[in-house]
Each structure stands twice: as C-alpha cells, then as structure tokens.
Write a protein that binds this ligand. Structure first.
Ligand SMILES: Cc1ncc(COP(=O)(O)O)c(C=O)c1O
Length: 304
C-alpha cells in the first residue's frame, strides 16, 4: 500500500456561538477503503508483503455490515491477494446474498466462513484453528485493531491538525482513538465516542497508546449498531445543512454527541474541535434496507 497523495480536506461546520467545529474528511482517502480503515491496514499489509509470502492470504473477522470486511475485500482485490472473511452469525450462510456488505465483499473476491456467535466470541480457539490451517496467512483481528494499526493512524494527523484543542473520533475496537492519542500534541485533548458498550476499551486504549490523554464518551444509543429514528433525523438534517454524509453506526453517533456536548457547554468558550470522518458510508445501504423493512424513515444519501 502507498501513502496516497490525496489532500484530505478539513472543512468547517459553521455553528452559532464561539465554538469552532471542523471535520477532517478521511472518508475521501479512497473510494472503497475509506477513513481509518486505510491507515489501520497500511502497516499490517506492507509488513506482511515484505515477508514475501508464497501464496498471500488475508484473513479477518467481522459482522454482516462490517466496514472492515468491506475494506479488506477491496484491498485484497486491489492488490491481487486472496481474502477470507470469518463472519459472525451462521444463519447468514443461507442469506448472505441479501446483505449489501457481504455482496460487495463477494464481488471483490472474498471467501466467507460463517461461524456461530459463540464460536466468534472464542477468538483464541478461532485464531488457533486458522493459524494451523493457513500458516502463511496474515490474520488481522476484528476491526483491524493492533499495534501496527495504531502506528498507521499517525497519518491522520499532520501539521494542520496540531492547532485544534480537541480531536474527536468514533470508537469501536479502539485502535483509531489509541492512534490519535499516541500521536496527538501534548496540549490536545482526545475524545473518543464509544459506539459500543465495552468497559474494557479504556484499558485497551491505554495499552495501545501508552497515554492517558483521551476521554471516552458513551455514544451508543444502547448497543452497537442500534439505529434510532433520532439518529436518522440527525444524519439527514446534518447532510442537508452541511452537505456532509454521515453513517448511522459511527460518525453519525459521534457528531450527534458532539452537538449535544456543545449544547450543554462541555467545551470552554473559544475551543476548536476537529472531528475525524472515518468513513463507513458503505453501511448505509444495509441500514436503509433494514429501516425500510421496519417501515421507518431512512437515511437520505447525498454525494459529497
Ligand atoms: C466508520 C468507522 N468509524 C470508526 C471506527 C472505529 O474504529 P476503531 O475500531 O479503531 O475504534 C470504525 C471501525 O473501524 C469505522 O468503521
């Protein structure tokens, strides 16, 4: 993988009052491997390919709507490397064709192995089995989070990002916020918006970043992947007003919480906030499919 020469724009989200909010459009870095996914995979893949595996294979894990699964499949296709997705939920074996994310990954040449939720949770056994079966494969953990992923996140920070008081990102498996924390300036406060109810994240972020400069804030609406009508309304009004598309699982929840924090005067007067747009837009189609089945308002998609 190469460092793209795309210039990632930082644009202002104009608000009333004297808090300045900006968004860094990491979602524009690559059409199919967008946002933090590109950087979490960057050193993992390059390190693996430097070892010149005879028959390269990338194995990774994810749920049916996983942005990470979609990204790895596209990356494999782009590099001409076979990919295997270990997918949570054996019931999907019969109906994966109905799922837009898995359909996309299949089109990119990814093979699937569907496992029960119980098997999926037992990562140790699963890894051990895969390592034995595919000794030359690169096995990337769920969400792509590991020390090399954290190293890759440094590329989301640059001279421009140094001037902001707050750096914000959505948090799933913790690699992105750990990377931002690790490479942030000493005077910057990092805010991670947890879209998953996972108590172990605080410790994990500390272990990965070696720093305690981040605060994790709940943004999950009850559980991972839960999409409330309020969340949909927020995403639609945000895109109408600011012409930026957010996704319902990560960036929409983060931005909604940021707005709430501004409203409740969490940020001191005059603060400047930078929120990273980490992508995830491929998940909108699947989310809308579900919302339509439930006869609920769906997410308007804009081009930006
Ligand atoms: C769009 C989006 N934003 C944020 C995250 C959170 O990243 P992490 O799992 O590193 O916490 C993810 C997961 O990779 C994601 O897909």
């Amino acid at each position: 993988m190469e460092i793209p020469d795309t210039l990632i724009p930082i644009t202002e989200i104009h608000l009333d009052g004297n808090i300045r909010l900006y968004i860094k459009r990491e979602d524009l870095i690559h059409p199919e491997i967008s946002g933090n996914k590109y950087w979490k995979l960057f050193y993992n893949i390059n390190h693996y390919l430097q070892q010149r595996p005879k028959k390269p294979l990338i194995i990774t894990f994810g749920g049916a709507f996983s942005n990470h699964i979609a990204s790895v499949s596209a990356l494999g296709k782009g590099l001409g490397i076979q990919t295997l997705g270990i997918i949570r939920g054996d019931e999907l074996q019969q109906k994966w064709q109905e799922n837009p994310t898995l359909q996309f990954a299949h089109e990119k040449g990814m093979d699937f192995r569907f496992v029960t939720r119980e098997e999926y949770r037992d990562k140790e056994t699963l890894n051990w089995t895969l390592e034995n079966e595919f000794p030359d494969a690169l096995i990337i953990p769920e969400g792509g989070t590991n020390t090399l992923a954290v190293k890759g996140i440094q590329h989301m920070l640059n001279n421009e990002t140094k001037s902001f008081d707050y750096l914000c990102t959505a948090v799933g498996t913790g690699g992105t916020v750990a990377g931002i924390s690790k490479f942030a300036e000493r005077n910057q406060q990092v805010l991670g918006f947890k879209v998953v109810d996972d108590e172990s994240l605080r410790q994990k972020v500390f272990e990965l970043s070696g720093r305690r400069n981040s605060v994790l804030i709940e943004a999950h609406d009850g559980s991972y992947g839960k999409i409330t009508d309020e969340n949909v309304r927020f995403i639609n009004s945000f895109s109408e007003k600011y012409s930026v598309q957010l996704d319902p699982v990560y960036t929409g929840k983060m931005m909604k919480r940021i707005f709430e924090l501004i409203e409740t005067e969490y940020f001191p007067e005059g603060s400047s906030i930078l929120a990273f747009h980490t992508g995830g837009l491929q998940g909108i189609e699947g989310a809308n499919q579900m919302l339509q089945k439930q006869n609920r308002a769906f997410i308007n998609q804009i081009r930006s």
